[in-house]
Design a protein around this ligand. Structure first.
Ligand SMILES: Nc1ncnc2c1ncn2[C@@H]1O[C@H](COP(=O)(O)OP(=O)(O)OP(=O)(O)O)[C@@H](O)[C@H]1O
Ligand SMILES: Cc1ncc(CO)c(N)n1
Length: 269
């Protein structure tokens, strides 16, 4: 069985973070492992509080895994602090993996800062150049490039700017712009649009986490990056289409829908 590792924060509400990543890995047939960088007390409405995990324990979790188990692909989500970025970059430089997918998590859907402001430079300098793919949403790309993104033209320009900053491949998610959620993939030479149709639901908690871990699961299974990104887009679309009405805020997506459907466990009437 292929393996995937997520280095991210825990979401007690189960829809985003480590929990979304492990559900995604499992539903797509790869063995999931985790390095927890932060514990968030979170539900569908808000992040109540966050406790960062000590850098030494982060470093130990990474070495415990890599010293023993082969890792086919790594996904990085919430890191929280500059210290965490430093330790993750240092360890991943030691244990080299072919595929590293970075979701540069900065702010939760409810507006809670999940990355300290002083950590953005470290993310740009240390992690950006060493990862295979970065998957910012519009506000994250704006923060990384220091410019507003309002139009399709701006999305192209932002990808080129991210490349200038050292990024290898980029998936710029368009979900935060008006209209349909079309994402732009840039492999360093060519642009490819991943068209979407907006699903009108408030249950979009953890969509970014789920998309990046699905890409990770597909590259772990030897898909090319472009094919992994396309399959992951299909996967998140189905997960949003069948998202779950849980809690009073942004409910989670349905990570296992395609398996339930295959098993005849859903009523399609
Ligand atoms: N309402 C929607 N309907 C269909 N697809 C959507 C919708 N919202 C987002 N998506 C798609 O979901 C994926 C994740 O994008 P999104 O912009 O929501 O990530 P994000 O803001 O990083 O999420 P998160 O809240 O987890 O940080 C993208 O492929 C995006 O186009
Ligand atoms: C732990 C965690 N990671 C990522 C997100 C994405 O928004 C979140 N809400 N919580």
């Amino acid at each position: 069985m292929k393996t995937a590792l997520t280095i991210a924060g825990s979401d007690s509400g189960g829809g985003a973070g480590i929990q979304a990543d492990i559900k995604t890995f499992s539903s797509l047939g790869v063995f999931g492992m985790s390095v927890i960088t932060a514990v968030t007390a979170q539900n569908t409405m808000e992040v109540k509080s966050v406790q960062m995990i000590d850098s030494q324990i982060i470093s130990d979790q990474i070495s415990a895994i890599f010293d023993d188990i082969h890792v086919d692909a790594v996904k990085i989500g919430m890191l929280g602090t500059k210290e965490n970025i430093d330790v993750v970059a240092k360890e991943l430089n030691i244990y080299r993996t072919e595929h590293i997918i970075l979701d540069p998590v900065m702010i939760s859907k409810g507006g809670h800062h999940l990355l300290q402001q002083n950590a953005i430079d470290a993310l740009k300098e240390k992690l950006l150049p060493m990862v295979t793919l970065i998957t910012p949403n519009i506000p994250e790309a704006e923060s990384l490039t220091d410019r507003k993104i309002c139009t399709i033209e701006d999305m192209y320009t932002a990808c080129l700017k991210l490349q200038e900053l050292g990024a290898n491949k980029i998936l710029l998610k368009g979900g935060h712009l008006e209209g349909d959620p079309n994402d732009l993939f840039f492999d360093g030479h060519h642009f490819t649009w991943l068209p979407g149709k907006r699903i009108h639901t408030k249950n979009v908690h953890g969509t970014g986490c789920t998309l990046s871990s699905a890409i990770t699961a597909f590259v772990a299974q030897e898909e090319t990056l472009l094919s992994a990104v396309k399959k992951a887009k299909d996967y998140i679309t189905i997960a949003i289409q069948h998202s779950l009405e849980l809690g009073s805020g942004h409910g989670p997506t349905n990570h296992f829908y395609h398996l339930y459907e295959r098993a005849g466990l859903v009523d399609n009437k």
